[in-house]
Design a protein around this ligand. Structure first.
Ligand SMILES: Cc1cc2nc3c(=O)[nH]c(=O)nc-3n(C[C@H](O)[C@H](O)[C@H](O)COP(=O)(O)OP(=O)(O)OC[C@H]3O[C@@H](n4cnc5c(N)ncnc54)[C@H](O)[C@@H]3O)c2cc1C
Length: 247
């Protein structure tokens, strides 16, 4: 069943530890808009709380939270986080949270490469080691690692992107965001009525990251500007308007 059809039939409660969804990436207004989108589709949010106990009551299940809320449920979906499977190579290559590589995705062992979620790669975009967990990144890594294994000498350089549909809207995160690099300069626009939010991040007058909620118009152009690493000469606010992001 598609998520929308499921939500129309089932009562959905979302319990999260943080004060809003994606709290390390979104600011308060971005989080508030996500909540508004969910609530408009009947989702109940319980924030700044977490489940401490599951019990049974008359054949149904009950989740009890630290703050004393009780939620009846028939079906539970639980985000447990990630544990990277590095055991088979722990002795052979340098490991941090995953397998450490340079910008060419080479590990510390000769002729051994790492790509995708497992790779803690030197990211030329943020100029430090980074680890991603997205389809786009895994695919792009795979291509570079494969070419280098076949004899090329390519650096991996890409604008990280994450896109997901969410409560009839779209959330797109691109490039560097404050969870990776705090103290970035930013400009922002949002409208709760129009269900629209955009925030752009700059470093040394270069566009380095963006968050978009709502129609992702101009997304490609923003990625192109980030990839070019060119200095932004025009007022930065202008880049918030999709009308200014045509090819
Ligand atoms: C619930 C969920 C939702 C997600 N939603 C999104 C989303 O909306 N957008 C997005 O961009 N990303 C999303 N992701 C993340 C995305 O799925 C991953 O970033 C991507 O799949 C990583 O690709 P990978 O090739 O690095 O690793 P994987 O896809 O994990 O592939 C690793 C493969 O290696 C195999 N393997 C492991 N050990 C061995 C072994 N010893 N021998 C042989 N094979 C082995 C595994 O079985 C697996 O098939 C989501 C992930 C999850 C779990």
């Amino acid at each position: 069943m598609c998520p929308r059809a499921f939500r129309q039939k089932a009562k959905v409660t979302w319990i999260m530890r943080g004060p809003w969804f994606l709290r390390y990436v979104l600011d308060e207004e971005g989080g508030q808009l996500c909540r508004q989108l969910g609530e408009s589709q009947g989702v109940e949010f319980i924030t700044s709380d977490e489940v401490q106990k599951f019990t049974r009551n008359n054949g149904r299940f009950v989740a009890e939270t630290v703050n004393g809320r009780k939620v009846d449920f028939d079906l539970l979906t639980y985000g447990v986080g990630l544990d990277y499977y590095t055991e088979p190579v722990r002795k052979e290559v340098e490991i941090k949270s995953g397998i450490v590589t340079d910008a060419k995705l080479r590990t510390s062992a000769a002729d051994a490469y790492a790509a995708g979620d497992i790779a803690v790669f030197y990211d030329l975009m943020v100029e430090r080691h980074n680890q991603m967990g997205t389809w786009d990144n895994a695919e792009a890594h795979g291509r570079v690692a494969a070419r280098n294994m076949a004899g090329a000498d390519e650096d991996f350089f890409d604008v990280p992107t994450y896109t997901t549909t969410m409560f009839g809207s779209t959330l797109a995160v691109m490039g560097v965001t404050p969870d990776v690099q705090p103290d970035l300069e930013s400009v922002r626009t949002f409208s709760f009525e129009e269900k629209f939010y955009r925030k752009l991040f700059f470093k040394d007058d270069r566009l380095v990251g963006a968050i978009m909620i709502g129609p992702p118009k101009g997304r490609k152009k923003l990625i192109e500007i980030m990839r070019s690493r060119r200095k932004i000469e025009r007022p930065k606010q202008e880049l918030l308007d999709p009308a200014n992001l045509k090819d």
